[in-house]
Design a protein around this ligand. Sequence first.
Ligand code: HPA
Length: 238
Amino acid sequence: MSKMKATPHINPQGPIAKTILLPGDPLRAKFIAETYLEDAQQFNSVRNMLGFTGYYQGTQVSVMGSGMGIPSISLYAWELIHVYGCEKLIRIGTCGSLQPEVNVFDVVIAQAACSNSNFINQYNLPGTYAPIGSFRLIEAVRERAKANGVTSHVGNILSSDTFYNADPSFNDRWAKMGIIAVEMETAGLYATAADAGVEALGIFTVSDSLVTGEVTTAEQRQTAFTDMMELALPLAQI
Ligand code: HPA
């Protein structure tokens, strides 16, 4: 294989698959590669944003850290799509629940992602763009969640630029509009994928409830994480 060219953030030392899973934490990407993939080979180490490519049940799949926030995930997604040919980008992460029926450890599937970010202004649209996940991928994940007996919620989420917001009514105002959960990346991923005409999806486990104040321990999160991985990995095969 001829050496692939480097971008400002990725210097590939091996192949990158068409399907890539994007956890926020690069060490999580390493764990996924070691735990779930066969013949995993590291392809990136720039800024310690570790990326790996291996096989899941015979299908090539990559996994790389995305970092936190819309700017970080979006620049990696852009390079993965436009330079390395990725066609299916799956964010896997955690979110905070904004609704009483969305419990810790449940899975959230982001049908759409609102944001308080200005990221989408770059597209110069004459109105408000609604970033949505791939319906094909949503349907596939939802079906598998049902088959696996995993409680999942499909709905509108919030990709916030702020983890600590100065306005104490911030979460409540989004919750009132039916937003089911908050995280910090998916709206940027969805817009970047839409602009390029490729598929994207955000899948999360609920790590904390902003309704009840309930939080989970790292140990507890591991089980929920396994449930989510069993929904995300088969997407490489469709
Ligand atoms: N806010 C933003 N992002 C998050 C949260 C949260 O409460 N929980 C997990 N990711």
